[in-house]
Write a protein that binds this ligand. Structure first.
Ligand SMILES: [Zn+2]
Length: 298
């Protein structure tokens, strides 16, 4: 058992919750996962799990959209999700009632960005990093000068507009709000609907991947031009198709066309556009980093 302070970390997803207790990625005491059912049942289960431990702080991450404005009366809740029964759910409040310790709350993709930022060795840490998740949904967590960006709500870069050549790709997109935005064109369900088979069954040589890499590259280029990040992490279920990486890197280089004067574009960009160093655990370990930061600040 570790002698370091123990932190609780929760990553609440639309299909499952992951909870962990520990002091860092190499000092995990216990990690559990359970299915997302009703809000009451699921959050009670997470609370009961954390109550087994003497924790110094808790980091909570949730699928969104969420209210991150601490001055808002609905701070700490999920706002407009289409997930049945979860719109308006207060995530932080039940934990506040159960524990009298510092607590941090973030959108899941923000926590993943913070995890990727926090747990890399300090001398290799980029101060500006963007984590894009491409799965059932698409979202981006943005860290500028070591801080997660919040604003009106939180960035929703997954819904940015991309060039869409309707002749080459007549698929209209599946975003209920925007049709052919980034998420509508490139999330897992869009792949499945466009090609008539689940993304994970599309063979390596299927044209689906070339088109997918093109859309992701457009989005990555927009992010590079807007935020000038020092690292871009691409995670989520769709990115488990590893051959997307070299393809995206090449397309990004072609689209930038030599415009950005940085040595990162002269090489293979293997350390610039990268898979998550923490694998599927960026979110829960990011929540742990959020909890740790609260205690270090105090
Ligand atoms: Zn959209």
């Amino acid at each position: 058992m570790t002698t370091n302070p123990l932190f609780g970390a929760m990553e609440g997803g639309g299909t499952k919750f992951v909870c962990a207790v520990g002091s860092g990625p190499d000092e995990i005491v216990e990690e559990v996962r359970f299915p997302t059912t009703t809000p009451g049942e699921t959050l009670d289960r997470a609370i009961a799990y954390f109550q087994k431990y003497d924790l110094s702080a808790i980091g909570l991450a949730s699928f969104g959209p969420v209210d991150l404005n601490t001055a808002s009366p609905t701070y700490g809740s999920i706002t407009t999700t289409p997930k049945l029964g979860w719109a308006g759910t207060e995530v932080v409040a039940p934990f506040k009632s159960a524990f009298d310790i510092p607590m941090a709350f973030e959108l899941d993709v923000n926590a993943a960005a913070f995890g990727e930022y926090s747990w890399v060795p300090e001398n290799r840490r980029p101060e500006t990093l963007v984590y894009i998740t491409i799965g059932t949904g698409i979202g981006a967590g943005i860290i500028i000068n070591g801080k997660l960006i919040h604003g009106l709500t939180h960035p929703e870069a997954g819904h940015m507009r991309l060039p869409h050549n309707l002749k080459a790709d007549p698929f209209p997109g599946n975003c209920p709000f925007h049709g052919d935005c980034f998420e509508g064109m490139a999330n897992g369900p869009a792949l499945a609907r466009r090609w008539g088979m689940p993304a994970e069954t599309l063979p390596d040589n299927h044209p689906a991947w070339e088109l997918e890499a093109t859309y992701i590259a457009y989005a990555v280029v927009n992010v590079i031009l807007t935020l000038s990040p020092q690292r871009i992490v691409l995670g989520g279920g769709v990115m488990e198709h590893q051959s997307l990486f070299p393809s995206i890197r090449g397309k990004v280089r072609d689209l930038l066309n030599g415009y950005i004067a940085s040595s990162v574009f002269s090489g293979m960009m293997e350390e610039y556009i990268v898979p998550p160093a923490l694998g599927k655990r960026s979110g829960v370990l990011g929540a742990m980093a959020m909890a740790k930061k609260l205690v270090e600040k105090g």
